[in-house]
Design a protein around this ligand. Structure first.
Ligand SMILES: Cc1ncc(COP(=O)(O)O)c(C=O)c1O
Length: 489
């Protein structure tokens, strides 16, 4: 069918003027004023979130200058260290974009091949399993289930574990864990702010202190190993504030896995595929997980992909034989996403970006530590895992001055830190489970010189506010009043 064969828009309602959508793609191609974009977002999107950014004068929208640089609506140059670890190459990375162009021009595969085998999906399944098996050989015949986000990858993992150990009712997770915000994943994300209004969530979740192998061993003994279906963990906690567990933790989990057959899910959505300096941080830390969840970098910062990799026996329990439709996703495994995932994985591996992340991670941490020594009243501590950097700032208000509001004070601190870094020329990330921490997650391909400039700019922020509370003092009163209005809502 050619476009000429489409019915004319007026055919259905003879006589009356056709109803038009408020914004046309043609209009957008000529650009939309920044204030109008913010207005529309406040009216019809997650309005209060955008209001916070508006109050801070960092609402954008931002323009992409290069894969690693942005420009805000006032013309300010920003180094892109945002994206929550989901931008492995930065924005619109030319090698990925030219591959996509070629894909769009030449692809002959079905877009959403739900009822057939599919070339792109087959290739990505194969390459992911090969990469994993190269690190953890027991995974040579593992299988992959694709979805559209990290949280969905975790949902699939929960279902796989439940089906494979259906007589065991408990799942163990850890303090400060972040596994996503869909209902099942949220049940494993023990943050009262996120969970409270949505309770009851999944039952029989036991939350233990992260990294405490003794507490874990003793709880498993107390519950009875046969009652524990699975342990779900992040090998390095990203949203918890870039927390490495003690060296004995992952081996202790591995012991439980081997000794009792308790299934272990390693959530590598943030830590995996290079960001923390390893393809799989869990495997590097001494674990041979039964299920691995991946997402963020797999989509190359352009398309959404979630992937749940599990051992064959587990997949068989969950989806074997006539049960193969028990879990599905209309869009999961779609050809465009798979093609982009395939190219992203290839770019990560062929450019050995895990190694680069490890290298630059050490250099960046050294710079942050030097900065911490010079400005201890601005920066309390700095941590990193490869190119996942955490800056824990000093409080902007002494929490004792506002009793019972420690959380609010921390939130204000990280909010002002994001603003201060923006003013210094860095687009940084909040940390969902650790409010006083901001993270820098630059692209793994960022040029060396820009990487150094990013730390120069952190230093510039520290010079402007050598004591963290000065960020508060130098914030316009209107901004503070607008934030207070939102906080008191
Ligand atoms: C470890 C981990 N798991 C799961 C998720 C949820 O991923 P998504 O936001 O794509 O649902 C995240 C997101 O930050 C994450 O860091």
């Amino acid at each position: 069918m050619t476009h000429d064969a489409l019915p004319s828009p007026t055919a259905a309602s003879e006589g009356s003027a056709p109803w038009r959508l408020p914004l046309s793609t043609q209009e957008l191609s000529q650009g939309l004023a920044a204030e109008r974009v913010v207005e529309l977002e406040i009216a019809h999107g997650n309005g209060d979130l955008i209001k916070v950014f508006k109050a801070l004068e960092i609402a954008g929208p931002f323009t992409v200058l290069s894969p690693w640089e942005l420009q805000d609506e006032t013309g300010r140059h920003l180094i892109h260290a945002g994206g929550y670890a989901a931008m492995p190459f930065g924005e619109m990375y030319p090698p990925l974009v030219s591959f996509m162009r070629q894909y769009l021009d030449t692809n002959t595969s079905m877009g959403l091949p739900q009822q057939s085998a599919a070339t792109w999906r087959a290739a990505l399944e194969t390459n992911l399993v090969a990469l994993l098996a190269h690190q953890a050989p027991s995974h040579a015949d593992s299988q992959v289930f694709f979805s559209n986000s990290g949280a969905e990858a975790v949902e699939a993992a929960i279902k796989f574990v439940k089906a494979a150990r259906s007589r065991a009712s408990y799942l163990i997770n850890f303090s400060k864990a972040y596994h996503g915000k869909t209902t099942g994943a949220l049940s494993l994300t023990p943050n009262p702010e996120f969970q409270e209004p949505f309770k009851p969530l999944l039952p029989n979740i036991i939350t233990l202190p992260y990294g405490d192998s003794r507490a874990l061993l003793s709880k498993v003994r107390e519950l009875g190993p046969d009652k524990v279906a699975g342990i779900v963990l992040e090998p390095i906690q990203g949203e918890g504030g870039v927390i490495h567990p003690p060296a004995d933790f992952l081996p202790a989990v591995e012991h439980l896995r081997r000794e009792y057959g308790i299934l272990v899910v390693a959530d590598e959505i943030q830590s995996g595929l290079g960001r923390t300096g390893h393809w799989f941080a869990s495997v590097a830390g001494g674990l041979d997980p039964d299920v691995i969840t991946l997402a963020k970098p797999l989509g190359g910062g352009i398309v959404p992909i979630g992937a749940t990799i599990a051992r064959k026996a587990i997949v068989k329990q969950a989806l074997g034989g006539l049960n193969s439709k028990r879990h599905s996703s209309t869009f999961g495994g779609g050809s465009l996403a798979m093609a982009v995932g395939l190219k992203s994985l290839e770019l990560l591996v062929e450019n050995n970006l895990a190694e680069r992340a490890r290298h630059l991670g050490e250099r960046g941490l050294a710079r942050l530590q030097a900065l911490q020594a010079r400005y201890p009243e601005f920066l309390k501590t700095a941590r990193s895992a490869g190119m996942l950097f955490a800056l824990q700032l000093q409080p902007v208000i002494n929490p004792k001055l506002i009793p019972g509001q420690a959380e609010l004070v921390s939130q204000l601190g990280s909010t002002l830190a994001i603003r201060s870094l923006h003013l210094a020329g860095i687009h940084a990330c909040y940390t969902q489970n650790a409010f006083r921490i901001v993270r820098l997650t630059p692209a793994l391909t960022i040029p060396d010189a820009l990487f150094e400039t990013m730390f120069d700019r952190v230093e510039e922020a520290a010079r402007s506010y050598p004591k963290a509370w000065q960020m508060l003092r130098k914030t316009p009163l209107k901004t503070l009043l607008d934030l207070a209005k939102l906080a008191l809502r």
